[in-house]
Design a protein around this ligand. Sequence first.
Ligand code: UT7
Length: 331
Amino acid sequence: MAHVIIKGIGSHVPDCILSNADLEHRVDTTNEWIVGRTGIESRRICLDTETTSDLGYEAAQKALKHAHISSCDVDLIIVATVTPDMQFPATACIIQEKLKCTDIPCFDINSACSGFIYAIDIARNFLLNNPMMKNVLVIGTEKMSSIVDWEDRATCVLFGDGAGAVVLSRDTDRDSEAGIIDVLIGADGHCASMLCCPGWGAAIPVNVENVKKREYFIKMEGREVFKEAIKRMCAVVEDILLRNHLTIDDVACVIPHQANMRIIGAITDRLGIPSPKMYVNLQHRGNTSAASIPIAIDEALQQGYIGPGDLVLTVAFGAGMTWGAALIRWK
Ligand code: UT7
């Protein structure tokens, strides 16, 4: 059976660091509260002039270089984001223009923090079902700082900006066991209002009243989201391992969505995952939504947490509610 592999990976974060000490000057919070409740110490934030497509473009360039291919070899671009440059056109088209790869299909998906896992599932299906496609560029990119309410201490301390990208390709080595082994995704729209950005869409028109009501910023019922995140991520990990006849002992490295250290700790305990297998970078990245998983995979790779032949399990949870897990045997 043909395999789809991660042929190249790259990530990019803005230069500007926003520390907890900086946030103490903006809202009624403390470094102790933020570190104790979330594990986050600092996050990267875009300048006003930097955009979601700029971040995605930088990450894509690195992924193409790592894959040893040029942008002309890309057959499809999928961007996962909740902070597109514009309502339309798709940020994927804007990145396509920056990469100078013309006439290929490009589209965005919005599955919030689970977006990258959704996108690799879509890309994998394109590659397995369309022999004309050889390389798909999947990018998770977010400028969360553009939708964060900087007056809401409960949410503004959580998020950061950044991008990660992978080149997915069909493996020509038929004997190899490397590649994306399985992806499992799900959603529960019943919980949609728990975590949302109500403005920007057709439901809430742009007018002064709605701007005053701060409808264009993230709203979150933190405690409820917290509980759902643990429940759904544990369940999807158990399901994907079970249906592949694997246990956590077979997994070399777990890359969870980087939202909250206490959520990651609860999953680690409930699933009996040895702590050293759990990769965490949220201390200095914060929650970068759809960019969180590809940034974490790239940084884990660079820091030697992932090696050839390793089985990597990645799991995410986000607004929707959406969730997903992927099992990847590293090439
Ligand atoms: O990526 C998508 C998924 N998103 C998430 O996974 C986020 C999930 N939720 C969380 O991570 C946590 O719920 C938070 C970190 C957002 C909040 O932690 P918590 O332990 O659930 O705190 P809480 O919301 O129950 O608030 C506890 C107290 C409240 O004060 P009172 O009512 O007890 O007096 C808050 O007003 O902490 C207060 N508080 C703060 N205090 C200082 C809330 N935010 C802050 C803050 N600094 N930044």
